[in-house]
Design a binder for this molecule. Structure first.
Ligand code: C2E
Ligand code: MG
Ligand code: MG
Ligand code: MG
Length: 278
């Protein structure tokens, strides 16, 4: 039945559990060759300053296009790269590519700060600050044009080592945001223990702020705590005007989501002006 299904569809149907397994096996087989075959690229999603509507910064999001698999989502392959250890080389490639792009934008007279996602394992390796410093130097990019996003699990592996590295980055002028806040291991105490400059509220938190008063209250409280701690707040996954209106009311600093723009290749992003979105 499996082979018939495949033949009929002509390709792997990810909704079938057995083909999902086949796809994961293929991802594991093909991922090791992807870095040398230039199959990765970065897309950039604007981060909109809510008070001004300006987009002075973007988040870099990794894309993998494989000739056999097609587009593979980072949610499908990052954990594989972490498992095989490839995440270190891949993570360095992302940092270097982001620095190269930051330089191009600065040279073009449209400087944009770039936020890069950092895997827990990159933070655990202990050389993150060095890797970032070298990349910035290589491309002649000021630290103010680079930010990092870490996930809560990243910090939990070894809190004191993570804190020391983050302190080094912040001291050098690099912003550090805690990503996906509001998912699994969220705790307010983590905000006290980790050196941070920003907090990104996960899409799952933002999804119902315009329809469910309870979630609006929860978000309002997180915003107030973050503000009291001097952290800049970003709302992820903003898809509707009505959500943006609530966020504005809650004095959230930054909005990110399809309402503003999807993640775009640099050439398409360049076509968007830095003028406020209507
Ligand atoms: P993230 O860092 O939380 O990134 C935000 C994700 O939300 C991105 O998914 C983005 O495309 C998506 N998104 C943004 N706005 C909206 C919206 O309005 N609606 C919806 N439905 N989605 C929206 P993406 O690009 O698939 O990345 C998924 C995750 O993969 C990222 O979540 C991040 O954790 C990880 N990732 C991506 N690039 C890298 C990377 O270079 N290194 C590492 N370690 N992880 C990465
Ligand atoms: Mg992120
Ligand atoms: Mg996020
Ligand atoms: Mg998220």
């Amino acid at each position: 039945a499996k082979h018939e299904g495949k033949r009929r569809l002509g390709r792997i149907d990810p909704s079938r559990p057995e083909s999902r397994f086949a796809r994961q096996a293929l991802i594991r087989r093909r991922l090791p060759h992807a870095l040398s075959s230039a199959a990765f690229s970065l897309h950039y999603q604007p981060l909109m300053d809510i008070p001004t509507g300006d987009c002075p910064a973007v988040e870099a999001l990794l894309r993998w296009h494989d000739p056999e698999l097609g587009a593979v989502s980072p949610t499908e392959f990052i954990h594989v790269a972490e498992h095989t250890g490839m995440i270190h080389a891949l993570g360095q490639w992302v940092i270097d590519q982001a620095c190269a792009q930051a330089r191009l934008w600065a040279d073009a007279g449209t400087p944009r700060a770039i936020s890069v996602n950092i895997s827990p394992l990159q933070l655990a390796a202990g050389n993150l600050a060095t890797v970032i410093h070298r990349s910035l130097q290589r491309h002649g990019v000021p630290p103010s044009l680079l930010n990092v996003e870490i996930t809560e699990s990243a910090a939990i592996v070894d809190l004191s080592s993570a804190a020391a590295q983050l302190r080094t980055l912040i001291g050098a002028g690099i912003g550090v945001a805690l990503d996906d806040y509001g998912t699994a291991y969220s705790s307010l105490s983590l905000l006290r223990e980790l050196p941070l400059t920003g907090l990104k509220l996960d899409k799952s938190f933002i999804d119902t702020i315009d329809t469910d008063p309870t979630s609006a209250v929860l978000v309002a409280n997180v915003m107030a705590s973050a503000r009291a701690l001097g952290l800049r707040t970003t709302a992820e996954g903003v898809e509707r005007e009505t959500q943006l209106a609530v966020l504005r009311e809650l004095r959230c600093d930054t909005a990110q989501g399809y309402l503003i723009a999807r993640p775009l290749p640099p050439a398409e992003l360049a076509l968007l002006s830095r003028r406020p979105v209507p």
